[in-house]
Design a protein around this ligand. Sequence first.
Ligand code: F6R
Length: 237
Amino acid sequence: MKVIKVKDNETMSVKAAEMLSATVKRLAKPVLGLATGSTPKRMYELLIEQYKTGDITFAEAISFNLDEYVGLGPNHIGSYQYYMNENFFNGINIKKENAHIPNGLATCLQTECDIYEQQITEAGKLDFLVLGIGENGHIGFNEPGTAFDSRTHVVELTPSTREVNARFFERTEDMPKEALTMGLATIMDAKEIILLVQGERKAPILKEVIHGPITEDVPASILQQHPNITVITDLDV
Ligand code: F6R
């Protein structure tokens, strides 16, 4: 794992935006994997600025988000579709039909997962994937104990993830119990990955991910086996 140590959130976001836009400029049809949450927000703002100054276009880009809550549609302020529209898609020229997010309202969730996985395969796998990490070591919503060979699937969120993410909802009880997420094998198929980690609360888990054993108890530890991953962090590792 290559580690880039930065001084703060701004420098991390600038570096991440630089790396993502290099991929978008290099490839005729870049396939991006995207995360939500607090960590990549500034990176998205910077990419929108680059688009607005004419430095970059997303006209041919295809994207796949890592995850979505079960039961929430695009108009729900807590859904990841809402987050992506507000924080990124509405500010750039990606074609709506090319910006994929699992459908948390699908009648058959397993079928939705299978279709999502197939769409990623048909797009030729992810060229560049942006990851954040949960304090329990989850990537996407692959919670501790998830099989390393997992593909897109339905997950039951752990109490700790529900507690941490409840901040995005008006009432704690609105926080969904389930989500759809790309699997760990889907993530590992990405050609290039950046893992963004910022803030002291993530220091213990980042140490484990980089230096600890590769174990399904720490889902992100599988990233040690990825041939092209860069961790960008303001933490000492
Ligand atoms: C979000 C995702 C999650 C987050 C993680 C960190 O799409 O897949 O794994 O990256 O929970 O979230 P923040 O950035 O809010 O600390």
